[in-house]
Design a protein around this ligand. Structure first.
Ligand SMILES: Cc1cc2nc3c(=O)[nH]c(=O)nc-3n(C[C@H](O)[C@H](O)[C@H](O)COP(=O)(O)OP(=O)(O)OC[C@H]3O[C@@H](n4cnc5c(N)ncnc54)[C@H](O)[C@@H]3O)c2cc1C
Length: 419
């Protein structure tokens, strides 16, 4: 498949744009593979890409029940950051950040990674101290973090209400300047193209309906397009983890599925040149390259597999936005949508061998898995190829729950909807 380059752009422009090839093939599934990856979201596709690129394992199929991008990889608000408190998370997400920083070149596909920063706001002195602590922890591990005063915040985002009479006055913030946004569809398409170019079969409209077994060992899957055998079967189905694990007879996962909504406004001239998070509730906002404000807030708060949300969260998110930006009161909201998030008990992901022989599991991304897409696939591919975790995902094995080694960055306890 041809490289994308200025030369190929020019050549195709001069020849009527007739020679562009599809970015990936549409193969029928083969009878068997070395590795099957279930789930053609960001994590499944990046896993297949790194299996091929880093480990030379190319006899791989990604099985996706719908079309690529129909899950959360195409539904998220595209925030990428590595501003965590606990070392295990910081190391993992910083590895992801470094992969993001070279991703467009690596994939030969423009994922539009824009390092416009992520600013967490503090509204009380205690909260500001807390941000300072997190910033110090990040800097200890070599990750950029910067405390900002209210005056600096006012210069960065003039539209924000920094007055003392604001409903929740701002006392400062923590900025990670290398954080940013990326075009989510492009990430899915770029990984798909990169995997396909290395020989991976990406099979859409192919739902896994059961597992083939030899005793406890997983030896393949049954699908809506027939039986497929494999030496190794890897799950990366995000919000569907509980349902797919049930097909393998495992119905007690440390995961709950919850709906998360997001919203986009009509296009405005540039007013917010960073990602902002509100400290007195759960609200965050950025502005897309098309000008739409992209924003969201909390989970709907009840377990669900529905890819749509309910009205109370709409009300809550809008009121939080107006507490920060009273001037946006008349901006029209264009669209809202929902995605099913795989919320883990400690708010941290699971990238593990097992729990059955021949099975590998990647899940627990809560509502922060988009930024993890590169490192998740990179570490999962390592784990599948070598049958052991890399040091970056060693703390994220499934056994941490019964060994008592949970990684609870927010200190919320075993309440998935609060992470
Ligand atoms: C509204 C919203 C906003 C978000 N905002 C952010 C953000 O700003 N930053 C961030 O880092 N994260 C964010 N996230 C979280 C992030 O999107 C997810 O954590 C991440 O996309 C999950 O991984 P994935 O891309 O592999 O999932 P998905 O894209 O959901 O992929 C899983 C795939 O598995 C497929 N599948 C399921 N069952 C089967 C089956 N039986 N057979 C075959 N295929 C199957 C599904 O069809 C799906 O395509 C957000 C999520 C939502 C919903």
């Amino acid at each position: 498949m041809a490289e994308y380059s200025a030369f190929s752009l020019l050549k195709n422009a001069l020849t009527g744009n007739k020679d562009w090839k599809p970015a990936w093939r549409k193969p029928d599934p083969k009878a068997s593979y070395d590795v099957i990856v279930i789930g053609g979201g960001g994590h499944g596709l990046s896993t297949a890409y790194y299996l091929a690129k880093e480990h030379g394992i190319t006899n791989v199929a990604v099985l996706e029940k719908g079309w690529l991008g129909s899950g959360n990889v195409g539904r998220n608000t595209t925030a990428v950051r590595s501003n965590y408190l606990l070392p295990a998370n910081t190391r993992f997400y910083e590895h992801s950040m470094k992969l993001w920083e070279n991703l467009s070149h690596d994939l030969n596909y423009n994922v539009m990674f824009s390092q416009r920063g992520c600013l967490n706001l503090a509204h009380t002195p205690g909260q500001f101290d807390d941000l300072a602590r997190r910033g110090n922890a990040m800097r200890h591990l070599g990750v950029d973090a910067e405390l900002m005063t209210t005056a600096e915040i006012a210069r960065l985002v003039p539209a924000i209400d920094v007055s003392g009479s604001a409903r929740f006055p701002i006392v400062g913030g923590l900025m990670q300047r290398r954080a940013g946004t990326a075009r989510h569809d492009a990430v899915a398409w770029g990984y798909a193209r990169g995997a396909d170019r290395r020989g991976v079969d990406i099979v859409e409209n192919c739902e896994v309906t059961g597992f083939l077994r030899d005793g406890d060992r997983i030896t393949g899957v049954t699908t809506t397009r027939g039986e497929i055998r494999a030496k190794k079967v890897a799950l990366a189905v995000a919000g569907s983890t509980g349902r797919v694990m049930q097909l393998a007879g495992i119905d007690h996962m440390p995961i709950e599925s919850h709906v998360l909504q997001a919203f986009v406004s009509e296009s405005l001239k540039p007013i917010i040149d960073t990602i902002l998070t509100f400290g007195m509730g759960h609200f965050y906002i950025s502005q897309s390259d098309k000008g739409g404000l992209v924003y969201g807030g909390d989970l709907d708060g009840y377990n669900s597999y529905a890819q749509r949300g309910s009205l109370p969260i709409v009300d809550e998110v809008m009121s939080e936005m107006l507490a920060l930006f009273p001037g946006l009161a008349r901006v029209r909201m264009l669209r809202s949508w929902g995605g099913v998030c795989d919320m883990s008990m400690d708010g941290s992901p699971i990238i593990t061998t097992g729990p059955l022989p021949g099975m590998y599991l990647n899940c627990g991304w809560c509502y922060g898995g988009f930024k993890a897409t590169p490192a998740s696939g990179w570490c999962f591919a390592w784990t599948i190829a070598k049958d052991e975790p890399h040091e970056f995902n060693a703390p994220f094995m499934l056994d941490r729950f019964y060994r008592g080694l949970v990684i609870d960055d927010k200190g919320q306890g075993a309440t998935p909807r609060l992470h």
